[in-house]
Design a protein around this ligand. Structure first.
Ligand code: BGC
Length: 764
């Protein structure tokens, strides 16, 4: 296997060997589906320590939630992304013994993921109970060209015998049980009972229907043309359609059989029969390599737009690429799905979408894959009705309340103090819409989807918050009983981040309503906006209460945050972290201890709000009480450390962020990637070291590379221009690769970029 290149993730170089972790790291996906890279023979063996499976974005089932005390408005169902059995799975038959009945030894010899092409290559040595050993080489890809396609090629050679080996591929999904090993509260797993039916078609086609959500998907497998190689025969085994391929093996000569899976999109069951959504007719002339090439071509386009080239630290450069690769694999692109917290690589967090998508991952897509960003935002637009119903359920008279965690647009959090109470999700969505619009100048999206999202979320704040009448708040607009991003503090009044983001949301509503109202009365009319309401947005934003501690001169996380005792972090044994797995939530809430960036997240997003001295005070205070039990934390602290010129600290935070999953630093990559943290590594590079800021509609860069690196190169889309940026220790080099001239700001210098490359030497 060629493993020399900087785009290769090679098994021998991974610092861990846990089966579940390996399955996640090598998972393949394309935003529609994801397949964990499990051992292909042991997929249905209850003793196999892995968690094999196929996930389809938006394909979930409902399970009733049971509460001892079931209060009004509690979600009645959880939503769980279905862990479907593994399309990589095969059975080998040697000397009449089958690998699914007998114990075959399976040794994983090698595994390599080519990030450039998306091709996963693996080698296994498999020994039958009769001591015959075959070498199985497997190649797989999840197509970036046609979201339904998953290709798998099996090549076999005999190592110590000559004779017959059968490769059996059966749609035996009902039998394959996914083993459940986990007790981590973050990974509640609910086994879905799927109904499977097999259709008589040219190729084995199976329809799976979820029990309660009544969604259906269709899966079809067919062999691909492969000259001179054994041809699979379609037969029936155990009453199931089955492909059997006979190999007459001799040592030294490999033989191959290739399959393609066509994985349909989830449908409501009523229309599933009408549209099996498979691609069988179009595949007759394809081979594994033609399909792979089409997919690899799309990966090439992805890298051309999205790569961040780092010179000076090869391991780090690879890790960044690994993160970007997984981000791209995770993002739904059909306008009906978003980006799950664990991508499509694992069952952690039940496949739910959180604020992670908008605040940690979307910036990467907005600047490098704007079409994908738009689809992810469209998902939120498609769920406006559910968000409106939720607001009413919460007796909020106007506007919408988006769910804290969800797949289908309704709230799935059974624990409201760190679920529904995180109402900042509304403002996070509005923030992302505005960023998307300013970066892409997509006015059509703004008028049709963006404005409704911004207005409806802003309306929520007007209803949920109020003008205070007590002395402490001096008639300001306050928002009580909420939880901010820090999940170690719950149900507080005036969480700084929430109020600041709500203020932004309200300003956006007033701004865009006025602006669009000037040119298109229709847009405003459709939303029922009046001047009075627009003024009310403006007024509430102007009057928003932002808590401040006058003694410490810091932004206060909430009205009472600094009054609590500080958790003795240094005295707490390492084994007691993450705290949430060891202490009752109330014990944690009792103290000042932060799970993750909260108030400083606002400092990160709104650099114009504070001078360096204020930032330093906020940073020092909150860093001392933050334990980073969430993977969403370190990237933000690292960016702020960089802004404060604390180079060592910022580099350390950055390295921890960048390497989290490739080193399994948190020990739980087996449950799925930490997709927000991966997005955080891009934020660290671009918002941190390159110093990106969008002020109004102008792009600013304040670059400063860590001394450890020689150079960083990347491209950004900005207002229909494609801008190439190279930063080293001598200069910033800019190229306008597409589009009209544009003026951007590099440090204190204004630079107009025409067709010529521009070099701006340091100091800037
Ligand atoms: C974090 C949340 C995050 C969720 C999903 C939690 O641990 O505290 O901020 O949204 O994980 O990643």
């Amino acid at each position: 296997m060629d493993t020399t290149d900087e785009f290769q993730i090679h098994l021998q170089r991974l610092p861990f060997k846990k089966a579940t972790a390996i399955e996640t790291v090598y998972a393949l996906g394309n935003g529609h589906f994801g397949v964990r890279a499990s051992n292909p023979l042991q997929g249905d063996n209850p003793d196999y320590p892995g968690q094999p499976g196929l996930f389809i974005n938006g394909f979930y089932d409902l399970t009733a939630l049971h509460y001892g005390e079931d209060y009004p408005g509690y979600p009645q169902n959880s939503q769980t992304m279905c862990q479907l059995p593994d399309p990589r799975f095969i059975v080998l038959e040697i000397d009449g013994l089958r690998s699914d009945d007998e114990t075959f030894s399976v040794k994983q010899v090698d595994k390599n993921l080519n990030l450039k092409t998306g091709l996963l290559s693996e080698i296994y040595e498999i020994t039958s109970p009769t001591d015959k050993t075959v070498r199985l080489t497997m190649q797989t890809f999840a197509s970036q060209d046609d979201a339904r396609i998953y290709g798998v090629a099996y090549s076999l050679s005999a190592l110590n015998f000559s004779g017959n080996v059968k490769v059996i591929k059966q749609h035996r999904y009902t039998q394959q049980q996914i083993p459940q090993h986990d007790i981590d509260v973050r990974n509640v797993q609910r086994q879905s009972q799927l109904t499977c039916t097999y259709q008589e078609a040219d190729h084995p086609t199976m329809q799976m229907i979820t029990r309660k959500s009544q969604l259906a998907i269709t899966l079809q497998v067919q062999p691909l043309k492969n000259d001179d190689q054994p041809v699979p025969k379609l037969t029936t085994q155990d009453q199931l359609p089955t492909y059997v391929t006979d190999f007459d093996l001799v040592p030294g000569i490999a033989q191959e059989v290739d399959f393609v899976y066509s994985i349909g999109f989830p449908h409501p069951v009523v229309i599933a029969n009408a549209d099996p959504d498979t691609v069988d007719q179009t595949l007759a002339n394809e081979t594994f390599s033609t399909l792979l090439n089409k997919s690899a071509h799309q990966w090439a386009i992805f890298w051309d737009n999205s790569d961040v080239e780092l010179k000076g630290d090869a391991k780090l450069a690879k890790s960044i690429r690994f993160n970007l690769f997984h981000l791209n694999q995770a993002a739904g692109r059909d306008g009906m799905t978003s980006i799950p917290a664990k991508g499509l690589t694992g069952s952690g967090y039940e496949g739910h979408y959180f604020w992670n998508a908008e605040m940690f991952m979307l910036p990467f897509f907005i600047f490098t894959q704007p079409e994908t960003a738009k689809q992810v935002l469209s998902y939120r637009y498609s769920k406006l009705l559910q968000a409106q119903q939720r607001a009413r359920e919460m007796t909020v008279k106007k506007g919408v309340l988006f769910p804290w965690r969800t797949i289908n647009g309704t709230e799935a959090s059974a624990y409201y103090p760190t679920g529904t109470a995180q109402v900042h999700i509304n403002a996070d969505i509005a923030y992302a819409v505005d960023l998307y619009v300013r970066v892409t100048d997509d006015q059509d999206f703004l008028a049709t989807q963006g404005l409704p999202l911004i207005i409806e979320t802003a309306r929520f704040w007007l209803s949920y918050g109020h003008y205070a009448t007590d002395d402490a708040h001096h008639g300001r607009f306050v928002i009580n009983d909420v939880t901010g991003p820090d999940e170690y503090t719950a149900m507080v009044n005036n969480n700084y981040y929430t109020n600041r983001m709500a203020q932004h949301n309200l300003y956006l509503a007033a701004h865009y309503a006025r602006r669009l109202g000037q040119t298109d009365n229709n847009v405003i009319g459709k939303l029922g906006l009046t001047t009075t309401e627009i003024d009310a947005f403006q007024h509430a934003a102007d009057q928003m209460y932002l808590p401040f501690d006058p003694n410490r001169q810091i932004k206060k996380q909430d009205d009472t945050s600094t009054e609590k005792p500080v958790w003795p972090i240094a005295e707490t044994p390492r084994t007691q972290f993450p705290l949430l797995l060891h202490y009752h939530p109330m014990t944690i809430y009792h103290y000042q201890v932060n799970k993750q960036a909260d108030t400083v997240m606002s400092d990160f997003l709104f650099p114009e709000d504070q001078d360096q001295a204020q930032l330093k005070r906020d940073y020092d205070y909150y860093e001392a009480i933050t334990v980073h039990d969430s993977s969403l934390s370190r990237a933000i602290f690292g960016i702020l450390a960089h802004r404060l010129d604390e180079a060592d600290k910022s580099y350390q935070y950055f390295m921890d962020t960048a390497l989290t999953d490739l080193t399994d630093a948190q020990g739980n990559v087996g449950d799925g990637i930490h997709a927000a943290n991966m997005g955080g590594s891009w934020l660290s590079l671009i918002y941190g070291f390159a110093g990106l800021e969008i002020k109004d509609t102008t792009l600013h860069l304040h670059p400063k590379l860590p001394t450890e690196w020689l150079e960083m190169r990347f491209k950004l889309w900005f207002q229909h221009r494609h801008i190439g940026i190279t930063i080293n220790h001598q200069a910033v080099i800019l190229e306008n690769l597409k589009g009209k001239p544009i003026t951007i700001q590099i440090g204190d210098k204004q630079v107009t970029l025409g067709s010529e490359r521009v070099t701006v030497p340091f100091p800037i």
